[in-house]
Unconditional design. Structure first.
Lengths: 269, 340
């Protein structure tokens, strides 16, 4: 079985700093990491391969700048077999539409006959969750989103559980298909020493727009139907009142009770 | 090109049906839709796809729809991306609305990305603000990004319809006006439009305290400060008295205290309650990202330096195990008092 895992390099979440004047992200000296939600997709691919007694080949694809090769190697260290990095200045500034176009085209070209595509439910930076369903649609494949368990997998079909509002649903579909997975699906293992060695030695081809024979008008910013026109710092911090329980427990409890029933302090944005 | 764009007129919202009922998020979308349609001077239409929902379309009209497109068939009983996307693609190509809004629920966040590809247009996820730029006749979409650290404003200059998923509870529904009249258009469906490769085998409802988190008006969330799963009953009791839903931080989930469906934050759910109360929640950025659109935030934590106090409207520094029983006792007096 040919499995594809899509991964993204994101800024480490706890290191994000915003320029208070310009409202833009400070990118200098920020560490990047494999999107935390993609770890579950990588782990699930490895587990499915184990369930298939090793009869699977796991391909990991990422689109990003040259330094994102680190992310591909991280996925290789965790058990993926073969990695590619789609990197080209022509891909820069892509929104979810043109990112998905590029990834879908690359899957067709690099892993023809692929049976299963796995991705994280969303990336922690863009936070859209759109790329999975979009890639599936470009490829004409069924999409199962918010997947928390793959209950059955054989050569022709799978059954999976989706987490939706108020419960979960068990669905089945034929292969090939795309699954976007949530955190509940597994507990990712850490890469072991052998995996790290293999990843370090692995050849990770850098694939360009020209190699994929892609029309430039569908790539990067040029191929993106949406435009970010403004970015501003959000008003996350509030003018809060802080009380100390020990000073006066009754006053603190009364303040909470009054607060629960009071109208919101700030007008609606 | 601009000539082609001018063919698109009108604002559409997608109604959401869950377990055979039109869900109230559909009315929130109509409230957004009406403000946009008025600015553009166009009609507001809602599309509903389901089985046996025909007698509920009045609710959509009462909440602001001028027109309702109704696709009703037993095959549409459960949400299926493929038939829904197919039917909507055909309808949109035929009627050409300039704006299409869906809810940022598991349904909307699966369906609209598919439509963005079948219709070759842009999609903005999880918006908390929508407006119209009349000079260019464009939808202005505002959404939190990078873990809620920034607000991004996004436009779709050339693609049509301009599509957005909208965060639940980002706007109150308009009061229902049963006297409003509107047109109901039945959508003719062919068997090929109802085919689906994905089949639903079963639905398992989850036993939770209160409504699903995304629908909750009041959320009590617990974090590592709760120290032990056996203390969970303290927050559960408080949650029940407040008529709220129980949430948790990633740490509380990873410790196995509650199931994943309770997790709030970057790797869990984004919530927009009227009231959020964090109990022993430290306020890691990943958790805060999920609560930025809560109307009111309160927190109880023993650590005065906890980051949750940076975002709380009201913070109580103190021992959770002292504060919670006092609070529960006080609120019980309240309910007993009002009952007598």
């Amino acid at each position: 079985m040919e499995i594809v895992v899509l991964v993204k390099q994101v800024p480490a979440t706890d290191q994000v700093k915003i320029d208070p004047e310009r409202g833009t992200m400070i990118r200098e000296n920020i560490e990047s990491e494999l999107n935390p939600l993609d770890l579950f997709a990588v782990e699930e691919a490895v587990r499915l391969k184990e369930r298939l007694d090793g009869e699977a080949n796991i391909n990991v694809l990422s689109m990003g700048p040259a330094k994102a090769v680190k992310t591909v190697r991280d996925a290789l260290a965790r058990g993926c077999d073969q990695g590619w990095l789609l990197s080209d200045r022509k891909f820069a500034g892509a929104d979810t539409w043109s990112t998905s176009f590029t990834l879908a085209s690359a899957i067709e070209k690099l892993v023809p006959g692929c049976d299963l595509i796995l991705c994280g439910e969303r990336a922690t930076d863009g936070d859209t969750g759109q790329v999975g369903p979009m890639v599936a649609t470009f490829l004409g494949l069924p999409v199962l989103s918010f997947v928390s368990a793959v209950e059955r997998l054989d050569q022709g079909a799978l059954a999976a559980r989706r987490e939706v509002e108020g419960g979960s649903e068990l669905v089945q579909c034929p292969l090939p298909a795309l699954l976007s997975v949530v955190k509940a699906i597994n507990h990712p293992r850490l890469p072991n020493l052998a995996g790290k060695r293999r990843a370090k030695a692995a050849e990770v081809p850098v694939v360009t727009a020209e190699q994929l024979e892609l029309p430039v008008e569908k790539l990067g910013l040029k191929g993106s139907p949406t435009r970010v026109v403004k970015v501003s710092k959000s008003q996350l911090s509030r003018q809060g009142r802080i009380l100390n329980l020990e000073d006066d427990p009754t006053a603190a409890v009364e303040a909470l009770v009054a607060f629960f029933t009071s109208p919101p302090s700030a007008p609606e944005a | 090109m601009s000539n082609q764009l001018d063919q698109y007129r009108g604002v559409w919202t997608l109604a959401e049906v869950r377990q055979g009922k039109i869900h109230p998020v559909s009315f929130e979308l109509l409230a957004w839709g009406q403000s946009l349609a008025q600015k553009l001077g166009v009609e507001l239409a809602s599309v509903v796809l389901g089985s046996g929902v025909g007698d509920q379309v009045d609710q959509l009209i009462a909440h602001g729809a001028d027109k309702v497109y109704l696709a009703d068939d037993p095959a549409l009983l459960d949400f299926g991306v493929e038939p829904q996307a197919g039917i909507l693609t055909d309808l949109i190509k035929q009627h050409k609305p300039e704006v299409l809004l869906g809810s940022a629920t598991t349904t909307g966040r699966t369906l609209l990305p598919v439509l963005a590809i079948t219709l070759t247009t842009g999609l903005t996820a999880d918006c908390t603000g929508l407006d119209i730029d009349l000079t260019e006749r464009l939808l202005i979409q505002t959404r939190p990004a990078i873990g809620g650290n920034v607000m991004a404003t996004i436009k779709t200059p050339t693609g049509r319809p301009q599509m957005a998923t909208v965060r639940p509870k980002s706007k109150r529904p308009l009061a229902a006006d049963p006297a409003r009249s509107g047109e109901v258009i039945k959508v003719e469906l062919g068997p090929e439009q109802l085919a689906s490769r994905v089949k639903r085998l079963e639905f398992t409802p989850e036993e939770t305290v209160g409504a699903p988190l995304q629908d909750a008006e009041v959320i009590v969330a617990c974090g590592k400060g709760l120290k032990d799963v056996k203390n969970l009953k303290l927050v559960t009791e408080l949650t029940e008295i407040l008529g709220g839903s129980l949430g948790a931080t990633r740490k509380a989930i990873d410790l196995g205290w509650l199931s994943y469906s309770h997790q709030i934050g970057l790797s869990g759910k984004t919530v927009s309650p009227k009231l959020y109360l964090g109990c022993g929640v430290s306020g890691a950025v990943q958790h805060l990202a999920g609560i930025t659109s809560a109307e009111k935030i309160a927190a109880i934590n023993s650590d005065p330096e906890a980051a949750i106090f940076q975002v709380a409207d009201l913070g109580v520094v103190g021992d959770l195990f002292q504060a919670l029983p006092l609070l529960v006792e006080r609120l019980k007096q309240n309910t007993e008092g009002s009952a007598s």
